[in-house]
Structures are given as structure tokens and as C-alpha cells.
Design a protein around this ligand. Structure first.
Ligand code: GAL
Length: 657
């Protein structure tokens, strides 16, 4: 179990380092991410490397028994680099330049940035590839975090090359993007520009390809650095830090290139539901690389600095969120950062060693958690998850384009489904529609607007093979180029569902918050629907709920069809979270999907990892189990009835009799 955080010794005089190592040992720290923003310290000018300080701190850490996740330090080029080579600076869609003076001011496609980053990575890797302290490599940092996309001339050149690789012939691009519309036809790849500031709505297929290209361009950078590390003889695991369901990067397409997945996670302590959102990202991280434990690479020991108001964590909340990550497949709990900075933009960001020192609650909790994690049994990454929830970056990019029947936040809807299932204490994996779904009792696929033929066939085969699918409104609408299929909507999954969608019936919204709702009957109860009230053409689906009001009163809203040895449900609207809970509970009932533990309050979560039951109380209210509970919770009662506010327990597998 890794325990530690980002360590930035370059911000401190060397005498502080010995104190750092003493304190790290006291806290049970066994891994630090070193040098993440140290480019300017390592390289004072082009060709001038200074590794003396890094040699010294690595030696000290090693002597202290602390492993190093060594950064390639390429995340923020120093001012000398952009002064000498202004072409490395990125531009926004209107052509304005992002200057140095903050961080991440580089164009991912700039050949000069790539050369400089490669030289730095090479120098670092050659020097430290076989250093005994180095146990992991931290490539760059949070790719795209601030610069979601670059629209510079470098990007234009690289985008054209990417498009040539994808389409080969410009007519294939014209066909894919539908450029017959609005006189957009391209005669040559050289005419294509990134989706820069334009008078009106940009070509949606082009926007989608630009998103793909941007994610791929950053992946190229990661791959470049990883291959330099390998060429220098570095055999340690290589990773970079993800940011949950971060929109600009398709982490699913990256995961194979990471030896282990690492995630940065900053749930808002002031939001009592943020632990549920955190559960979603932890499930996503685990699902990106099934079977391989991931690492929580960054979280805040206490408050952050970048919200409008930065609430501290409640006593125990930091540990509760850490144990949640472990329960959901993490084998490492790390923080940003080790010692609180005295200056700079993040001086108010909490740290493992707070500015106020070791007499603080934060420090005590850091030491306590280090001790507790060190006592954890070694567990496989297997988490019992009978349900898959579908989340697809390409679908997100396409479905959130403008000019659609209704605007909505896809991620928010996916998270609401996750939260609705999480409230039932059922664990889900987050999967892609093209993944092997055969192991799941139920697959929930919200707003699967963009669906490739291959993914559609995969989903249909899952149902035919005995799976239970819940698909909801605005699904199976376009192909991978964001084009309608010939012959209407639901053309690929219509047979499985036993219906076709005739129209989408957008409901009025007020800004980003949906307002108008429809009522859907659900076996005596009713569920509120929003965003869509679709008109369905039924072939051989059975109606299990209809619209109770609105334009489609009396028309089918929720259907079911047996297909092969499985079953496919379709819901012609987007329920609110309570409705999502009711709908999934109804579907789970017939499939044997059960909660990890019955009768838990909603603020207590229960997850089974490698046969061990984790119970975490995410609230200020202590939790006292009451019967009936499974055998493992009886053990909890023996250990003392109450799980304190933000308390947690782990129970070993039930004894086999
Ligand atoms: C992350 C970043 C860290 C630090 C942290 C503050 O995005 O990787 O360097 O800035 O946020 O919360």
C-alpha cells in the first residue's frame, strides 16, 4: 500500500529536507512523487542540467527507506524555454496566447516543446533509471488540466496530419463530416483549421474529431516520455495522473499505456454528497484497468485553495475518503502535497505537514491513517460489481455538442445513475459499450447517443447471451461520425428492444437546469422524467410504464423485451435520481443483483473487495448497526456497535464452516 504525496523539496532550503524525512518516517510515508514541477530547477538554461540537488534528496530518501515516484518534470516549461521559442506557447480558439507565469503553458503538438521535453526526460531517466529509490515514474502531470485544447498553428499542422491518417482521402473526410452542408466542402487537408472562433455553430463531426485528436496528441506525448524512460533502462511501472472523468481526455484509450492507473481526486468537503461522486470516479479508475490496483495519486489532506470557498475536511473525513478509494480498488493513498508551500498560488492549499506544524489535527490524522493503512491486508483488485454503468468519452463529446433537441450534462446524468445505484449499496463498474459485458447481471446505458456498429453489436450480443440491459432516451442516434443512420433512429438496437424511437420530445429547460417534467407510471408508483419524452413505435416490446401526463399521455414510456436469453428495457425519458433508484431497483429485483449489505443508511457505504467487506460512514452521524445483518456485520457488532462519524471498518471474509 503506497502512502505519501507530492514532494517539492526545491521549494525549501536543504536543512528542511532532513526534517521532512524524519516526519515522513513518523507518518509511515513510503512513496513520494518527486520533482513534478522541477523543470526550472533541474535545467537552468538549455543544455545546462543541475542534478546535484536531486542526487542528494534521492540519496536521503533512499536512506530513509522512502520510495520515489520520479517525475519527468515536463509539466511546466521554464520561462527561458518560451522566451527562446515562443512557438511552444499554446493559443485559445480566438488566437490569444497563453503565456508562461502560471503552469502548463505549452502546446502539446509543438515540435520544439516535444524536443525539449524529450531532452529533459532523457537526462532524468538516464541518470536515475537504476537508482534504488526510484520505484515508479510520474510522466508529466495532469495532461490537459488547464489547457483543454490548443488551437495554435502547431495544432493545425498536427490536426491535419491526424486527419490524413484517419481519412487518407479528403473526400472521405467530406463524407464523414457532411460538408455538403453550409458550403463547408474541403478541397485539400491544408484547408482544415482547428475549430477556432467562428461566426456560428461549428461542424459537429469536425468538433468531435478535434476532441479525438486532442486526446491522441497528449497521449503521444505520454508515449514519447514512457519510451524514453524504457530506452534509458527504466523498468519501474510508469504512470501519469488522471482526473476522474475529465472531459478532454479519453482515459479509456490511454489506460493500456499506463502500467497502473493513477487518479487525482478532490471531492468538496462542504458537499455532503461528494463522497458519492468520489465513489463514481474510483469505480471508473478501477474499471479502466481491470485486475490491476490503481493509486489515488493526489487528494487534499484538508482544504484546497481553488474553490470560491475552500472548506476544511471534517475530522475523519480524509480517512473515510481514503479508505473508500482502497475499498474500490486502490493500492495507494497519496496527497498533494507533503509540506505546505510558503508562497505561490497554492500556499493556502493544505498539506500533510501543514504550515501550522505538527500540532495540528491534519498532521495527527495523517499519522493515524499511515499507521492504519500499513496494517491493511494485501488484497487483489477484485471488487464485487454485478452491474456495469456505461460511460463513453466519445459519446460525451458528441452528445454535448450544440444544436441538439435539448442541452444537458451527460456526465451529470451518468453520475446520477451511479448515485441512484450507490444509494442501494450495489457496486458498479464503469464500462464502455464495446467492452466485454458478459460478466454483468445488469448493464445500465444512459443517453448512448453515439454508438458504433461494433458497440451496438456487442450490446445486442450481451442481451442475447442472457444479460439485462437498461437503455434510456436519446440512445442509438448517430454513428461514430455523428451522422444519423439511414432509416430513422434506434436502427441498431431497435430489434433487441422491440421498438423504434420516432421523435425525442425535448422538454423545456431553464438554463442548464431542467425544469419541465413528465410523470411515468411504474407499477402503481410514479417516476418523474425530464429532458426527453420520446414517442416510441412499439414492435414487440411490452409496456411496463406509460406517460401519465403531457403530450404523450397514455403512450409507452418504459418497456421490456425478452431477447435471446436476456432482457432489454427501454426508458423514453431521463428520471430524476429518485426515479433512477426506483427503476433500477425494479430491474435488479428480477436479476439477483443484491446490495453488498442490506439495510444500510444511505450515508454509509459497503463494498466487497477480495472477500473483505469495507464499511465506511461518510457522515457526521455515528452509525449503529441494527439487525438483520449478515454474518460479517455481526462481527462489527462484536467489535463495538457503533461506527463513528466518518469512521470505517474492514471485515475479513466470513469463516467457511
Ligand atoms: C492538482 C495538481 C497539483 C496541485 C493540486 C491542487 O491538479 O496536479 O499539482 O495543483 O491539483 O489541488
Amino acid at each position: 500500500m503506497y502512502y505519501g504525496g507530492d514532494y517539492n523539496p526545491e521549494q525549501w532550503p536543504e536543512p528542511v529536507w532532513d526534517d521532512d524525512i524524519r516526519l515522513m518516517r513518523a507518518a509511515g510515508v513510503n512513496l513520494v512523487s518527486l520533482g513534478v514541477f522541477a523543470w526550472a530547477r533541474i535545467q537552468r538554461a538549455e543544455g545546462e542540467f543541475d542534478f546535484g540537488w536531486l542526487d542528494r534528496i534521492l540519496a536521503k530518501l533512499h536512506a530513509g527507506g522512502i520510495g520515489v515516484n520520479l517525475a519527468t518534470a515536463t509539466a511546466s516549461p521554464p520561462p527561458w524555454a518560451s522566451r527562446a521559442y515562443p512557438e511552444i506557447l499554446p493559443k485559445d480558439a480566438s488566437g490569444a496566447t497563453y503565456w508562461h507565469g502560471s503552469r502548463q503553458a505549452y502546446a502539446p503538438t509543438s515540435p520544439v516543446y516535444r524536443r525539449l521535453a524529450a531532452e529533459l526526460t532523457g537526462a532524468v531517466a538516464e541518470r536515475y533509471a537504476s537508482h534504488p529509490a526510484v520505484v515508479m515514474w510520474h510522466v508529466n502531470n495532469e495532461y490537459g488540466c488547464h489547457l483543454h485544447a490548443d488551437y495554435s498553428d502547431n495544432a493545425a499542422v498536427a490536426f491535419r496530419a491526424w486527419l490524413r491518417g484517419r481519412y487518407d482521402d479528403i473526400e472521405a473526410l467530406n463524407e464523414a463530416w457532411g460538408t455538403a452542408f453550409w458550403s463547408q466542402r474541403y478541397g485539400d487537408f491544408e484547408e482544415v483549421v482547428p475549430p477556432r472562433l467562428a461566426p456560428y455553430s461549428l461542424n459537429p463531426s469536425g468538433l468531435l474529431d478535434f476532441k479525438r485528436f486532442t486526446s491522441d496528441a497528449m497521449l503521444e506525448l505520454y508515449r514519447m516520455e514512457k519510451s524514453i524512460i524504457r530506452a534509458a533502462g527504466g523498468t519501474q511501472p510508469v504512470t501519469t495522473n488522471f482526473m476522474g472523468a475529465f472531459e478532454p481526455i479519453d482515459y479509456r484509450s490511454w489506460a493500456a499505456d499506463l502500467d497502473l492507473v493513477a487518479d487525482d481526486s478532490y471531492p468538496d468537503p462542504a458537499d455532503p454528497a461528494s463522497f458519492r461522486e468520489a465513489a463514481f470516479t474510483r469505480d471508473l479508475m478501477r474499471s479502466l484497468k481491470p485486475g490491476i490496483p490503481w493509486v489515488l495519486m493526489e487528494q487534499a489532506p484538508d482544504a484546497v485553495n481553488w474553490r470560491a470557498s475552500n472548506a476544511p475536511k471534517a475530522p475523519g473525513q480524509m480517512a473515510a475518503l481514503s479508505v473508500q478509494a482502497v475499498a474500490r480498488g486502490a493500492d495507494g493513498v497519496m496527497f498533494f502535497q507533503w509540506r505546505q508551500s510558503r508562497s505561490g498560488s497554492e500556499k493556502f492549499h493544505s498539506a500533510m505537514v501543514p504550515h501550522a506544524g505538527t500540532g495540528t489535527r491534519t498532521w495527527k490524522e495523517i499519522v493515524e491513517l499511515g499507521r492504519d493503512l500499513a496494517a491493511f491486508p494485501r488484497l487483489s483488485a477484485t471488487v464485487d460489481a454485478p452491474v456495469a454503468l456505461i460511460y463513453d468519452w466519445h459519446n460525451r463529446w458528441a452528445v454535448e455538442n450544440s444544436d441538439h433537441p435539448v442541452r444537458f450534462d451527460y456526465l451529470e446524468v451518468v453520475r446520477q445513475w451511479h448515485a441512484a445505484i450507490h444509494r442501494q449499496h450495489v457496486t458498479v463498474d464503469i464500462r464502455h459499450p464495446g467492452d466485454d459485458l458478459s460478466g454483468y447481471a445488469v448493464v445500465v446505458a444512459p443517453q448512448l447517443y453515439l454508438l458504433t456498429d461494433a458497440s451496438a453489436a456487442n450490446v445486442a450480443a450481451y442481451v442475447a447471451g442472457g444479460g439485462t440491459l437498461l437503455l434510456s432516451a436519446f440512445s442509438d442516434v448517430v454513428d461514430e461520425h455523428d451522422r444519423f443512420a439511414a432509416g430513422g433512429f434506434t436502427t441498431r438496437l431497435g430489434t433487441t428492444l422491440g421498438l423504434r424511437v420516432r421523435d425525442f420530445g425535448a422538454l423545456p429547460i431553464d438554463g442548464t437546469h431542467d425544469t419541465a417534467t413528465v410523470t411515468v407510471s411504474l407499477e402503481g408508483a410514479s417516476v418523474k422524467g425530464r429532458l426527453f419524452a420520446e414517442e416510441l413505435d412499439l414492435a414487440d416490446a411490452t409496456v411496463i410504464g406509460d406517460f401519465r401526463d403531457g403530450r404523450l399521455q397514455g403512450r409507452p414510456a418504459f418497456t421490456s423485451r425478452k431477447s435471446g436469453s436476456g432482457r432489454a428495457y427501454y426508458l423514453a425519458t431521463v428520471p430524476d435520481e429518485e426515479g433512477m433508484r426506483a427503476v433500477t431497483a425494479r430491474i435488479f429485483a428480477g436479476t439477483g443483483v443484491r446490495p453488498a449489505v442490506e439495510h444500510l443508511p444511505q450515508h454509509v457505504e459497503a463494498v466487497v473487495r477480495d472477500g473483505h467487506l469495507f464499511v465506511v460512514n461518510h457522515s457526521e452521524r455515528p452509525f449503529t448497526p441494527s439487525s438483520p445483518f449478515g454474518r460479517r456485520i455481526e462481527a462489527a457488532s462484536e467489535a463495538g456497535d457503533t461506527i463513528a462519524a466518518y469512521g470505517w471498518r474492514v471485515f475479513g471474509p466470513p469463516a467457511t464452516s
